[in-house]
Design a protein around this ligand. Structure first.
Ligand code: 3PY
Ligand code: MG
Length: 260
């Protein structure tokens, strides 16, 4: 069980910004290595990672044991998936491809128990310390962070509707899908993608919602932190592993060349 302060408060606060990592490889060792490296949050990726709710609990426990937050990216905008991820003790949920105010309302309602939403109550799950936690329902409603991914041109066009959903804590920009929706799937660095991402971040910051974004490189991550984004998710475990593997091989075979 987590001894961290609630992610909801943390993400809205003015304290230090959070640096996250997407987890595709569902192993305790990967989560602990991310924490040991200094990441503040892992995003357990049930949209693109090859795993489901049945392996989440040990990964969440590993994150909390190492003193960092765990957010679950659920496979889609599905009430049952949101509730099940939170029942495992996740600090927050990230819901992909939220395209309208109505869809964002559905995300927020699925993440909060009544009267704030329609999350189904089961007071004996891991998140409730199997029945040991006092005031579990109100404390979960108070602490769970709910983030909707804005990652398409339709969602961008309807951003104001999404930003008006009261119980939604923040929006998360997905530049890869944003690029794809602009017909630029193979060119995510195109200035039109950056312009769209900048516009979403600026308007979300202005609205008082917490902002978060995926940054494929440390340089991008640095830029978004400087722009005041509250949660910057720098890369993916598999990408960083591949880069480290490739550098190790190249350095071994060509020790005199300079490698990044
Ligand atoms: C995107 O950039 O579309 C993402 O979902 C990041 O993983
Ligand atoms: Mg995406």
């Amino acid at each position: 069980m987590s001894t961290l302060s609630g992610l909801r408060e943390r993400i809205h606060g003015t304290g230090h910004q959070l640096l996250g990592l997407f987890i595709i490889v569902p192993r305790v060792e990967v989560v602990e290595a991310a924490a040991a490296a200094g990441f503040d949050v892992v995003i357990l990726d049930c949209e693109h990672g090859p795993y489901g709710v049945d392996v989440l609990s040990p990964l969440v426990a590993a994150a909390h044991g190492a003193g960092i937050y765990a957010i679950v990216r659920v496979p889609g905008n599905d009430e049952q998936a949101v509730g099940a991820a939170l029942d495992c003790g996740a600090d927050g949920v990230l819901v992909p491809h939220v395209g309208s105010g109505e869809e964002a309302r559905r995300v927020a309602r699925a993440s909060r128990f009544p009267p704030d939403g329609n999350r189904s109550v089961h007071p004996w799950v891991r998140a409730a310390q199997y029945g040991a936690q006092d005031r579990y329902v109100s404390s979960a409603n108070h602490s769970v962070a709910v983030l909707a991914m804005v990652e398409g041109s339709e969602a961008h066009a309807r951003l104001d509707e999404i930003l008006h959903v009261g119980d939604l804590d923040g929006v998360f920009v997905g530049p890869m899908d944003l690029a794809a929706s602009l017909g630029l799937a193979d060119a995510p660095d195109d200035p039109r993608v950056h312009a769209a991402a900048n516009d979403i971040v600026a308007r979300a910051n202005h609205s008082g919602k917490a902002t978060s974004i995926f940054a494929p490189t440390p340089q991008d991550a640095h830029t978004w932190l400087a722009a005041g984004v509250r949660l910057v998710v720098l890369s993916v475990d598999t990408a960083l592993m591949h880069q480290a593997f490739a550098t190790a091989v190249k350095t071994t075979l060509n020790p005199t060349e300079k490698h990044v």
